[in-house]
Write a protein of this length. Sequence first.
Length: 398
Amino acid sequence: MHYNKKTVEDIDVSGKKVLLRCDFNVPRDKYTGRITDPGRVIAALPTIRYLLDHGAAVIACSHLGRPKGVWKPELSMAPVGELLTKELGIPVKIARDVVGPSARMLADTLIPGEIMLLENLRFHPEEEANDPLFARELASMADIFVTDAFGCVHRAHASTAGVAEYLPSVSGMLLNTEIRYLGDILDKPQKPLTAILGGSKVSDKLGVISNLLEKADALLIGGGMAFTFIKAQGGRIGRSICESDQMDYAREMLAKAERLGVKIYLPTDTVAATELAPNVDSSVVPSDDIYEDLMGLDIGPETSKAFCDVIAASRTVVWNGPMGVFEYPAFAKGTLAVAKAIADTDCVSIVGGGDSASAVREFGLEDRFTHISTGGGASLEFLEGKDLPGIACLDDKE
Ligand code: ADP
Ligand code: MG
């Protein structure tokens, strides 16, 4: 998939009203509703500032949580608006609805350099249904559509794809960065390219494994998903997580790798325990001979070393999925070792996947990665080589 989409820098936004789709779906405290991580709002600031500085009036919009088409006051965008006001240092006008009288009145009177925020798009069932009339109503408030919501581009919703039918449509800076880094992995990676895949399930990442095999020089498989591969090769995996219905697929991928001359590295040793608990005793065992009482919860030191050696010899690394149950310190060593090895190279390093990204942040290594993708599901589908509706709908560069 090769995208060559226009960005905000390719068009004249001055004096225009811009409908800006952001991903302001921030994590909030279950009880107080307080925003616990402002990362997604901060990530949208460069595009917002660019638009305001270049004389646009910005109508920002996003979804928050899963209201499922119903008005839920606890999922109001108002706290996001307050955070934006604080970050931008100018007042953000907060609409009380999405396409109703409050939004329209604010949009009509908005002048260049001003910004407003619509209410939660998913208060309307028409948003996720990609209802064309709703999309047209949204679009009718603006002259241009800009999208920076990478986390939502794999969904064809009214605000992510539908509105592009009615307006000139371009990417914001954040989305453009994602397209560039992830696109280069698929189109023109600096070789050797190593793909590291982990996490709990093979079935989540079928398309990614298959597509990356065609691009990469080596594939390192760790995490829970490795056990499906090990069992498919006849190994004993004890009570480790395994998807029996994916064993044929695992064999198919091993055969595909062999045909393409790509080396697949599977764990040779595993940190195992009788149960998944913070202070449980653990031991290092061969990955293909795990006693029936035990489950594999992290890659072992020998595997870590082998993986880190491959990483050190790479010029590009793409990583999706932790090597073990990193949420517990006892099983975080493999994930930490891999993260450190990547941080220590000067290769192009890209992390996709929500849990892998939060592991990297937890380790305090985020500054030493080239790019940490802001979209879990979207980055997976991008790496699968799928055409993503929220990007495909944008105007191509001439
Ligand atoms: P990402 O969000 O980075 O794509 P996933 O969601 O696919 O990653 O997987 C993350 C989860 O996988 C983590 O919660 C982690 O605890 C779990 N995991 C990793 N290794 C194992 C394992 N050996 N057994 C069970 N769960 C695992
Ligand atoms: Mg995840």
